[in-house]
Write a protein that binds this ligand. Sequence first.
Ligand SMILES: Nc1ncnc2c1ncn2[C@@H]1O[C@H](COP(=O)(O)OP(=O)(O)OP(=O)(O)O)[C@@H](O)[C@H]1O
Length: 303
Amino acid sequence: MSDGQIVVSGLTKQYRRVRAVDNLSFEVQPGRVTGFLGPNGAGKTTTLRMLLNLVKPTAGTATIGGHRYADLHDPIRTVGAVLEASSAHKGRTGRNHLRVVAASAGLPASRVDDVLELVGLTPAAKRKFKGYSLGMRQRLGIAAALLGDPQVLILDEPANGLDPEGIRWMRDLLKGLAAGGRTVLVSSHLLSEMQILADDIVIIAAGQLVRQGSVSTVMDSMSTVARVRVRTPDTEKLTEALAGGEATVEPGPDGVIFISGVDAPAVGAAALGAGVLLHELVTERPDLEGVFLELTQGKAAIR
Ligand SMILES: Nc1ncnc2c1ncn2[C@@H]1O[C@H](COP(=O)(O)OP(=O)(O)OP(=O)(O)O)[C@@H](O)[C@H]1O
């Protein structure tokens, strides 16, 4: 098994009234950014906390490289986590904060300047934490998580409170870390952002798995909601050619027609068979936001 693979298996957390996580299983691969998505209260934070041994599961297991977090030989060098906007002693500079963290974790002080550079905080290293913006605090949190040069990075809602520039920076950093072979697991409810950032996605709702796979696989699994956009000078003939099958044809603006129930190759074949000229034949997929809403519909409102 790869060192950086995360395996969640039958994971369950029952609080007194709420089943926060319900028999959840999924895998996260190294070398990829995995988006962990769900509406508010879906159980994302609870899952990440169980993965990091901060919350005890009611049932099931969560392992990193085949080991539970509690059994890792060198957790600091294996997993870095940013669970909430970093807090630090207000009067301490960013650099001193990281020095303290490094020393208490038995890591060399030389790593401090490396990670400051990596997160772009070198110019602010000597400024006091109390003067840091939320974006700078996020960067400092990530810097602390990277001190041990871990194989696995886990971030809970890292884009929260970041401006567009900060979000772009975060995206580039995380993609770069994954490209270097690390496992990057990022929770979010910012679906549009995950569509750009993530290679794989795990979608949960009401503590249960809804979908997992590459972004494109999950989109493809929603082919029922994809539609084919067609432009042809002979709408009637094409509609006739498609009649009697699964296809539903609806008129769109400017002479376009939308066909659902069949895919683009089927429409193309029907057109060819009927001798219909096509000017446009495009598969239109809903964006991740639409897929997400459809997949989690109803479940978001459960709690
Ligand atoms: N310590 C706790 N005691 C009781 N219930 C809890 C506890 N922690 C979380 N919960 C409940 O478990 C459910 C899942 O919460 P969790 O924070 O894991 O969701 P989330 O997906 O991270 O949501 P958000 O995006 O809002 O943080 C919620 O209903 C929450 O109220």
